[in-house]
Design a protein around this ligand. Sequence first.
Ligand SMILES: Nc1nc2c(ncn2[C@@H]2O[C@H](COP(=O)(O)OP(=O)(O)OP(=O)(O)O)[C@@H](O)[C@H]2O)c(=O)[nH]1
Ligand SMILES: [Mg+2]
Length: 336
Amino acid sequence: MTGQRRALPDPETLAGSVTAKDRAAVATALNLLDDTRPEARRVASQMLATLPEEKLDTEAHLIGITGPPGVGKSSLTAALINVWRRQGKRIGILAVDPSSPLSGGALLGDRLRMMAGEGIADNSVFVRSLANRGAFGGLSAEVWPMSLVMLAAFDIVLIETVGVGQREVDVSKLSDTTVFVAQPASGDSIQFLKAGIMEVPHVLVVNKADIGAAARRMLAELRTTLGHRIDPDGWEIPAVSASATKNIGIEELAETIDAHRQWLLSKGRLADRRRRFQAEWIIRRLLDEFGRFGVAQLGGEDGLFRQLTQRAGSPFDQFDELRDGFLAHLKTSPGT
Ligand SMILES: Nc1nc2c(ncn2[C@@H]2O[C@H](COP(=O)(O)OP(=O)(O)OP(=O)(O)O)[C@@H](O)[C@H]2O)c(=O)[nH]1
Ligand SMILES: [Mg+2]
């Protein structure tokens, strides 16, 4: 990448410009997080540490939208963007999984370009595509720090990932609110829910309501399956229906998504969720780098989790501190 040769930005200036909602600065910061040179990592770490954490935790909403290929995730996102724009919100999109040619789905970027053609999209929407690099059960490791940057600059940050059943893992842990989009006339999501295979989302939406009976049946069945199911935080999971292409039920969907955020805030759970995800992210990276042995030396997964969820801080800083500690430990005890 030619960006690798560019001079590195000043971390504090960059963090300031990101927080001031400067789009070019957001793009620079995201490129910086993609830069694997050690000196770039150091700058990135300082930049992240300078972002106003308090603001990220109280003002911005990180939403994950997931579901099987071709179910209408990108179409729903485009429809939701219209609602949010009317509310004066600024939106950042991370499209993690490029559409599969098989699903008939279009890249979200394409869909937004279509909207631009219709005069809909403008610069209140920022889109960043990410290649699916395979680590982290489909989500690239940079998604978490990238989300932090985008949360500093936008009111809503939305991540679209393809997910089916057990392979759809990380977006539901990473996001404040996970929206699962179900396909009418497909029993899969219901089976996954019943069997407890699927990570329970915060909001279920049956898309393509315009096709009629099959969508209504699906919604009724989902509601029966869910009953008054509550998630581990105590939130009762709603199921709604929508049609992205006919623009039906989109405002209600936006309200339902926002209701979950309000609920997390009112229970003081939002910052908790983020701390938890950050801790898991760091532990995953330590496991990748040092394996179970290394993580055991550092106090084990549970111990690390407890330790990490008690502190705030830049994810890279926390990771580097633990890694340096581990390397120092290896040096002083060569027998292990
Ligand atoms: N009838 C109907 N078709 C829809 C609706 N929403 C999306 N579609 C169609 O379904 C197809 C897939 O839509 P996308 O929004 O690209 O789906 P996706 O889930 O993002 O697809 P991938 O990213 O490939 O997984 C397109 O042909 C859409 O036009 C809807 O509400 N009703
Ligand atoms: Mg898509």
